[in-house]
Write a protein that binds this ligand. Structure first.
Ligand SMILES: *Cc1c(COP(=O)(O)O)cnc(C)c1O
Length: 230
């Protein structure tokens, strides 16, 4: 994609993040995860050239293909989509951070694969704080118990939580979804030894609101790279 256009869009998103941080009086860092799913490896190259160091993919196979082309160390690879247990081993090998840890059975599988590989897998517990049935993620009322059980597994480092806003134009509803995830994450960090405070929330349409509600990782795709044609 055109490098000037991308540089301009990156600057605009970074500026939006900065203004949202300023409005909410935050001093901690917000990482921009560039979501390159469905785009070719060349798009990741363009992202790197534009100064982006974190890339999000939602399928293990697609991440695998891009890692094969660009190298494991080219960027920090974020797996943001639902992960099937039979792909856990590949995910452990490829991803620097898995945002979509959404069940205890998946946590057990990731733990097993991490121990086998002699590595520590870094993950965020995905919570469904919108209550939308179509969304993956642990129900809010089960999240703390589940997180405590996951945290006890070897080879797994829980850095925080991830959530997705509901499909709505109603910003108050979106903000409530983010605020609920933040509260859950703060509770988990207080109650569970080793549980971190990273919060992955916010996409193209709502990343500024997410930053105001405490997001530390925004996952932005179409605003940077254009429509995916889906
Ligand atoms: C596709 C995707 C994004 C990015 O969405 P945009 O609206 O294009 O910014 C973020 N998070 C997840 C989990 C996604 O699947």
């Amino acid at each position: 994609m055109d490098s000037h256009l991308l540089a301009e869009r990156v600057a605009r998103v970074r500026d939006g993040i900065e203004r949202a941080r300023a409005r909410s009086g935050r001093t901690d860092a917000v990482t921009l995860v560039a979501v390159t799913k469905t785009h070719p490896a060349d798009t990741v190259r363009a992202a790197i050239a534009a100064g982006l160091a974190d890339v999000g993919e939602n399928r293990v196979q697609e991440m695998d293909d891009k890692v094969a082309e660009l190298g494991r160390e080219a960027v920090r690879w974020h797996l943001i989509g639902h992960l099937q247990r039979n792909k856990a081993a590949r995910a452990v090998a490829l991803a620097d951070l898995i945002h979509s840890l959404d069940s205890i059975r998946l946590a057990e599988e990731l733990s097993r694969e991490a121990v086998k590989a002699g590595v520590e897998v870094h993950a965020l517990v995905q919570v469904n704080t919108s209550g939308e049935e179509s969304k993956f993620g642990l129900p809010a009322d089960e999240a703390l118990d589940a997180a405590a059980r996951m945290a006890a597994l070897p080879g797994l480092r829980l850095e925080g939580m991830m959530t997705m806003a509901p499909f709505t134009e109603d910003e108050a509803v979106v903000r409530r979804t983010f605020a609920a995830a933040r509260t859950l994450c703060e509770d988990a960090a207080r109650q569970i030894p080793g549980f971190g405070r990273a919060l992955s929330m916010g996409m193209s349409n709502d990343y500024e609101a997410a930053v105001e509600e405490g997001s530390t990782l925004v996952r932005v795709g179409s605003t940077l790279f254009g429509d995916r044609g889906t």
